[in-house]
Design a protein around this ligand. Sequence first.
Ligand code: ADP
Ligand code: MG
Length: 233
Amino acid sequence: MATVDEIIAKVRSENRKILTEFESKELLQTIGISIPKQALVLASNGADEVIKTCDAIGYPLVMKLMSDKIVHKSDSGAVKLGIKDAAEARIAYDGLMAIECVDETKAISVQEMAPKPIAEIIIGSLQDPQFGATVMFGIGGVLVEVMKDVSFRIAPISDFDADEMLHEIKGFKILDGYRGNDKADFEAIKDTLKKVAQLAYDYPEIAEMDLNPLFTYKDGIVAVDGRIILKDE
Ligand code: ADP
Ligand code: MG
């Protein structure tokens, strides 16, 4: 497995500062955050190569187009969920190839379809000009955008800080066994918060991280999307 430094060095060597989702999740996996099994295929390798990769990952799966030109993948039709077999994978591939984007290096990320979670959460980081590395936590979806229901701390954070961050959002109820649902794995959420905070603190070069969403379960948590942005050189 590549180290954090190796992943960053490769991105810099290509004169980029935005890691693709694939690279961002590879980096998260390096620091011990779970991600769905993933494989990358150059789109130019053609449908057969993509299908071979899909068969190796196993169905159901998700296909996404990785391109510098695409920021919000689902808005561009670049996320194909719930692909059940090779025939559906071929249709999804054609759909991704039809997306307008000027980028010869475009690649397809084939990934396991993570099971339905208890809730989707968001964890992020920023380098604040005054406070340095900071970490953010919130419930995914409309709650975070509309309600601004998030908690922040200066990194690195202790177990106590992580526990406060988890409990102080209004949406905590959603994670706490709302209407007979299972409770989310609080230890796994706190552990992920601490890891993201530590990474932001250790690497001031990482300007921004956006893990949106992470799927929470009774046991464990999985980052299904990630975006890491480096500072200008
Ligand atoms: P966007 O760039 O639009 O944020 P995402 O990668 O977050 O794209 O995908 C959109 C949504 O699709 C996610 O919020 C999540 O609900 C679902 N999703 C994405 N990847 C997976 C996956 N591997 N397994 C299950 N659901 C997924
Ligand atoms: Mg997302």
